[in-house]
Design a protein around this ligand. Structure first.
Ligand SMILES: Cc1cc2nc3c(=O)[nH]c(=O)nc-3n(C[C@H](O)[C@H](O)[C@H](O)COP(=O)(O)OP(=O)(O)OC[C@H]3O[C@@H](n4cnc5c(N)ncnc54)[C@H](O)[C@@H]3O)c2cc1C
Length: 459
């Protein structure tokens, strides 16, 4: 008998799951159900001032292999591009300071450039230097990113460098993010060496052998990956505008309830954000309540276009990070038209301004006009902008960033255990669980497909 797998959610994790199942087991019947009218989830490229700009994810990292491997499989290697500029600024006491060389995820591995940058005080540089001689003071599992950095490097490095960088990738507060999940590179370095600096230096030596640029994207924006992935799925049964409202275990099959139909399936892959998975699994109360306990942060990105002649700052880097301690609504400004060759034109400057993060919902409470005005006031001063906005777009990403609290990994394992007992055949994948970047979602999609196929074989 043909076995059926239904994938719920058409973001990168759901699409990758479907792709892998098709490849590994073409005889398995598959259906993908997506609530919205489009596929891609948090990968969305639209046109702005005639250019393809990304309204959410604009790149993926090459340091881990999974997204790159997918691109290779899809024949996309030759379309990959890297940022035209590297380097960035951080705002300190209202002034832009260039990030020094030798940072790894915001952690300084070189002291002189750090001192010269004037991002932290000379005392804070000395405090960071102590990492090299202090005894091992690892407090045990479940440490936060902030916990690690404050203990090894001191508060200013945590507040002015690491939190702005790792916090902006996760829209999170690094004092509450699990270091093993939010910054595995830092965790590995600190576990292998007494000194975090020594551990990171060793890693950098190794990664220098990888000649690829760290960030990669596509000339037509990240949406290109979704387009090609969907094309590769051929005539797969993909139903957009189809919101699933419930999943029930009828003993023999799993019933997937949508607005107008119930679909029976042997396996269900839930590739939605965790809070939506919690709603769909209300009949499995322990998994559902654990899923609801995963907190999410919301962000708003405002893409802004200006006349080039009216922006006084040379925009000679990829952008600015804004530490929480500055008290602004703006959390980061990506200088899109400096960073991405495909956003460049002679007449315009395109900036992408981020606002909102865990513990700071001020920006989200504003309507679009007030938000744009407030952010414009802040960035006009920072970048010495003298003209008016000529085009803008607000993209709101509500509850989009899962917050991996310390112990998150155990929580996910407990949810999976609940499902094996009460809802066998239901699998979870995607950003909420074991890595939120695109490569981690691709990896999880592949692993979930393999687990689902193993389950089907054993059924
Ligand atoms: C603003 C922003 C910027 C980012 N920048 C980067 C970056 O530069 N690089 C990077 O690597 N990562 C970045 N990320 C993270 C990354 O984009 C996401 O973590 C990843 O795309 C999530 O993929 P996913 O498939 O897990 O979930 P999603 O993309 O959220 O897909 C889930 C899908 O499930 C659907 N769905 C939900 N409920 C239902 C239902 N009941 N029935 C049917 N369908 C349903 C949704 O409509 C959605 O399409 C960014 C994220 C955001 C929000």
């Amino acid at each position: 008998m043909t076995k059926r797998v239904v994938v719920i959610g058409g973001g990168i994790a759901g699409l990758t799951t479907l792709h892998r199942i098709q490849q590994q087991s073409p005889e398995t019947e598959t259906i993908l159900l997506e609530a919205s009218p489009r596929l891609g989830g948090k990968i969305l490229t639209t046109t702005f001032l005639g250019k393809p700009i990304d309204e959410a994810a604009d790149a993926f990292i090459s340091r881990v292999p999974w997204a790159l491997e997918l691109c290779e499989k899809l024949g996309l290697d030759s379309f990959l591009i890297s940022p035209a500029t590297t380097g960035a600024y951080v705002l300190v006491d209202g002034e832009l300071r260039k990030l020094p060389e030798g940072l790894v995820l915001g952690v300084p591995t070189k002291l002189l450039p750090l001192l010269r940058s004037r991002i932290v005080s000379p005392f804070a540089v000395l405090r960071a230097a102590l990492d090299r001689i202090r005894p091992d003071d690892w407090p045990g599992d479940d440490e936060s990113v902030g916990g690690l950095i404050r203990r090894r490097m001191g508060d200013q490095i945590a507040d002015r460098l690491v939190d702005p960088l790792i916090g902006s990738i996760n829209a999170g507060d690094t004092d509450h993010l699990d270091v093993a999940l939010a910054a595995p590179q830092l965790e590995t370095a600190s576990r292998r060496h007494r000194s975090l600096t020594a551990g990171l230096k060793e890693q950098t030596k190794f990664s220098a052998e990888n000649s690829r640029p760290l960030f990669l994207s596509f000339e037509n924006g990240m949406g290109h990956l979704i387009q090609v992935l969907v094309n590769a799925l051929g005539d797969a049964d993909i139903r957009t505008d189809t919101r699933v409202t419930n999943i029930e275990n009828n003993g023999r099959y799993l019933n997937i309830v949508t607005g107008d139909a119930t679909i029976e399936s042997d396996v269900v892959v839930l590739a939605t954000p965790a809070h939506q998975a919690a709603d769909l699994l209300s009949s499995c109360s322990s998994a559902s309540s654990r899923l609801s306990s995963i907190e999410h942060a919301s962000v708003a990105l405002v893409t802004m276009g200006f006349r080039r002649s009216e922006v006084r700052h040379p925009l000679d880097a990829s952008g600015v990070l804004v530490p929480r301690t500055e008290g602004l609504l703006t959390t980061a400004i990506s200088w899109g038209s400096s960073k991405w060759p495909h956003w460049v034109d002679d007449e315009h400057v395109v900036l992408r301004v981020s606002a909102g993060r865990a513990g700071d919902t001020r920006a989200l409470a504003l309507d679009d006009d007030d938000l744009v005005e407030a952010l414009l006031t802040e960035i006009a001063q920072i970048l010495r902008i003298e003209g008016n906005l000529i085009e803008w777009r607000v993209s709101r990403w509500i509850d989009a960033f899962p917050q991996y609290a310390p112990g998150h990994d155990r929580l996910v394992s407990a949810i999976e255990r609940d499902l094996r007992i009460e809802m066998p055949g239901v699998f979870l994948t995607g950003a909420a669980y074991r890595g939120l970047g695109i490569p981690a979602c691709v990896r999880q999609g592949g692993e979930c497909a393999d687990a689902a196929l193993d389950y089907l074989k054993a059924k």
